[in-house]
Every structure is written in C-alpha cells, then in structure tokens.
Design a protein. Structure first.
Ligand SMILES: [Mg+2]
Length: 281
C-alpha cells in the first residue's frame, strides 16, 4: 500500500466531492488541517461539494455543524445529503397521508420539506395503519430500538407501503476504538425480517453524484477527469466515486484504519486511486 500526501494530488483536480464524517470531522471535532484544505480550495475557486449519507438533519443543520467547528466559508448549496434524495422521492411519489419515520424530530424536516406530514414511529398505534402512506428510516436515534422496531415490523406486516432508507451506512465511528450501528444497519434488520425490498438513497448510488454535480453552476464545463471523491469508507465513498467514473481517494482518518486498509481493499476489490492518511493540509 502506497500512502500519498493529499497536498501532492490537490492541484490536479477542479471539483472535490468530500464525504463528511471521518473525512472533514469526527467525534472529536474537525480533522486536523481540514480548515486549511477548504481555504486552499476556496482561494483557488475550486468546486467543493460535501456528499453525506447523513439524514439526521437538513443541509442548514449540517452546515451549522461546520460553522460551529470553525469552517465559516462553506455555504448551504455545498452540502448534499442522502436525506435530500429521500425528500425528492417523497415529493414526487408519495402525495399525501401520514409518513412514519424512524429518527429524531430534526431529521423529520426532510418529510416536512416534501410537503408531507411526519409522524414518529413511537406514536403509531395499530388503528392508524390504514392512514400511513410511507415509512422512512432517517436516523439511528430518536426512538426506542426494542419497542419501536417491533412496531415497525408490525406496520410492515400489515401495510405494503414504500419504505425509504435515507442513510444506507451500516456503521459510524463513535470513538477511536468503537463503531455504532447506523440507520442502514437498522433498516437491513427490518428488510430481512419483513422480506420487503426497501428504497435506498445515498452513496454508493450514482444518483447522489449526479445531483451534486448538477448543483454546480456551468457543471458541463468540468471534465470528469478533473473530479475527485474523498472518503473514509470503501463501500460507499470509493465505490460510489468509482461507479461515477471519477478519481477516488481513500483517507484513513475515519472508518478505515491504516492497519486494515490493505486487506479491506483486497477482499472487497474496491480500489481507490489514492490512499492518504487524511485530507488535511
Ligand atoms: Mg464517512
């Protein structure tokens, strides 16, 4: 495994797609040197988009986190979340009725933005089943896993409704040594048990990359050979970037440790173009 310095590849690209958690920040705050990276790119008028499989809050909420951490130059249009994909789907495919969600109240803003009525799984009772028109997995917090996952299962048994997973990630780093199960893991449990096929949004789906690119003014003037996806997870960030046909950099500042990177790349056959310790300068 050849490690390269992020500073040695930064000048070769014009469009930068960054994953958020494990790349720009972690449980302790900003990854060291990321503020310098963002400033370096802004100073040179490079395009930055943050592509996150985080549907726990809307773009404004996600942006507020970065501003609080000291990166004030980022703007709301630079943040693309998988929740935004779920919102578009709800808007066009689910016209009315109660949309039941698993997540925090904050995450339910994607349902509100789609013009629909959010309803937390914790308040669902069997006599309401007929009024429910969709089910959305938004976040791993905001509900009681024991009580509310059983409720979700029973709702799925009774109603054949579109079930949307707004974050397909299986795990996220909780500390240096611990990972937490993410929304995607919770959804997988229910998908397996119910035998249904859920509708999933976020990386590695190409749809999110297209959405992010189309949000760039005059995007057709940029060549794919000048675009780089930077992520800490092979199965979402690197696979997504590879499928989209752009260069990929795996960073070792999050989900993938230096110790396991080589083995994970070999066993998954998901091959990044670059491996860097971090995207910080
Ligand atoms: Mg990540």
């Amino acid at each position: 495994m050849i490690l390269c310095d992020f500073s040695s590849i930064i000048d070769d690209y014009d469009v930068f797609f960054f994953d958020s958690y494990g790349v720009l920040r972690n449980h302790q705050g900003l990854i060291s040197g990321i503020d310098k990276t963002i400033k370096y790119l802004h100073d040179r008028n490079k395009v930055i988009r943050i592509l996150t499989n985080d549907a726990s809050r809307n773009a404004a909420g996600l942006l507020a986190t970065y501003q609080r951490l000291g990166i004030r130059s980022l703007t709301e249009d630079q943040v693309i979340s998988s929740g935004m994909m779920a919102k578009s789907y709800l808007e066009t495919k689910v016209k009315s009725g109660l949309v039941v969600y698993l997540g925090t109240e904050q995450s339910a803003s994607y349902i509100v933005q789609a013009g629909l009525e959010p309803f937390p799984i914790s308040r669902v009772t069997p006599d309401m089943y007929d009024e429910i028109t969709a089910l959305v997995f938004l976040d791993d917090e905001g509900y009681d896993w024991n009580v509310d996952l059983n409720k979700t299962y029973n709702l799925l048994r009774y109603r054949n409704i579109p079930t949307i997973v707004a974050n397909t990630d299986k795990v996220y780093p909780k500390s240096d040594k611990e990972l937490n199960l993410a929304t995607g893991a919770v959804a997988r449990i229910l998908e397996t048990i119910s035998g249904r096929t859920f509708i999933k949004f976020g990386k590695p789906d190409t749809q999110m990359f297209i959405y992010a690119l189309e949000s760039v003014p005059n995007y057709h003037t940029y060549s794919k050979s000048k675009m780089l996806m930077i992520g800490d997870t092979l199965h979402t960030d690197v696979m997504g970037g590879n499928k989209f046909g752009i260069a990929t950099a795996l960073v070792l500042s999050g989900n993938t440790s230096e110790k396991e990177a080589d083995l994970m790349i070999r066993s998954s056959s998901i091959i990044p173009d670059f491996i860097c310790r971090s995207a910080g300068l």
